[in-house]
Design a protein around this ligand. Structure first.
Ligand code: ATP
Ligand code: MG
Length: 335
């Protein structure tokens, strides 16, 4: 069976973008039953920017609760945190020696996150895509569901696999397929239709957080920036209207309907009618998840046990792949 790997950073403050772009689709892939699914709290990635230790612990448990509350079954899927499986860091180093500086320097996320002060960014932030390639290829994963913002990193993962295979004359690492489909692969900021919704945006009004209460969600959608026009009659009419299109995309993704189907219902509506409908739908879909997250987080020992068990299962897949990689590269192993 084909294998899926994906992850989420425990860097605090999960958003509707993480839910629609990642979690909801992770659950769909698990439930389709066609793939073996491995999902990871990528704590080694989170520390590429400063993380307060106590907050990292809490955010890791919160992210795990988010997975389970959203419908990931830790028996059917493998759910764990990255730092417990040492193969990630090891293969990440090996890939740092395969990847080229120039490849990394072209990553838009590096340019965005390092900003103008790149001299002062961590070396890990620059090398991040090599570790991400290791996360995926450590399991020979063939499919990686992610949001649109990760597309460039996945192309780099393919380049690393291809260069490794070429340099060592093997056909060992698979060339992975990004899975970026559906109506909300890039959920945009509620304040600016050209920016992705992000937990790191300084404005809380720009995003819906997992954990926002019903009033907050209603207020954020009410204040979401839009143009003054009513909704057009079909989806094509949203082409030059990024803020309006974003809200329709969110509606479609939350309701599990196609954008065309949604437009046949809401076409022609004004914002005064559409925004409250959207808020009600969001509350309806998100509040059971946040309620369940709170229940799970009341028992951190149980979450830690689930992650520990997941790490053992992940390591059982990873260890032979790492051992074979080292053998291909010529490292002497103990006998
Ligand atoms: P950060 O701003 O710290 O990078 P993030 O919100 O981007 O945080 P990540 O942990 O980097 O979260 O990403 C987890 C997953 O969520 C990835 O698959 C990413 O593509 C997806 N994702 C993040 N933001 C969005 C968004 N606005 N729309 C769709 N998918 C998103
Ligand atoms: Mg991100």
């Amino acid at each position: 069976t084909p294998r899926v790997f994906s992850g989420i950073q425990p860097s605090g403050g999960l958003t509707l973008g993480n839910y629609l772009g990642a979690l909801k689709r992770f659950v769909d892939m698990q439930n389709a039953g066609t793939h073996e699914c491995i999902y990871c709290m990528v704590d080694l990635h989170a520390i590429t920017v400063w993380q307060d230790p106590a907050k990292l612990t809490a955010a890791t448990r919160e992210a795990a609760a988010f997975f389970i509350a959203s419908g990931i079954d830790p028996e059917r899927s493998i759910l764990f945190n990255q730092s417990q499986v040492s193969g990630h860091a090891q293969l990440g180093w090996l890939f740092s020696c395969v990847a080229r500086m120039g490849w990394m320097g072209r990553m838009t996320q590096w340019k965005d996150k390092a900003g103008k002060n790149s001299e002062n960014a961590s070396l890990g932030l620059f090398a991040y895509p090599a570790l991400m390639a290791a996360d995926i290829l450590l399991y020979h994963a063939t499919h990686v569901p992610v949001g649109e913002d990760q597309k460039q990193h996945l192309e780099l993962t393919r380049d690393i696999a291809a260069k490794f295979n070429h340099d060592f004359g093997v056909d060992f690492f698979p060339i992975t397929e990004p899975v970026i489909e559906g109506p909300a692969t890039r959920v945009m900021s509620l304040r600016d239709g050209t920016k992705k919704m992000s937990k790191s945006d300084p404005s809380d009004m720009s995003r819906i957080n997992m954990g926002d209460d019903a009033d907050t969600i209603a207020q954020k959608f009410r204040k979401a920036r839009t143009d003054p026009e009513a909704l057009p009659s079909d989806y094509a009419g949203l082409k030059e209207r990024p803020e309006a299109r974003n809200l329709v995309d969110i509606f479609a993704a939350l309701s599990g309907r196609s954008t065309d189907d949604v437009m046949s219902e809401v076409g022609g509506m004004g914002w005064g009618q559409f925004k409250p409908m959207l808020a009600d739908l969001a509350v309806d879909k998100l509040s059971p998840i946040t309620g369940e997250m709170n229940r799970l987080m009341a028992d951190p020992a149980e979450i830690d046990r689930i992650l520990g068990r997941g790490a053992e299962r992940a390591d059982a897949i990873a260890a032979p792949i790492l051992a074979r990689t080292k053998e291909i590269m010529g490292f002497v192993a103990s006998r």
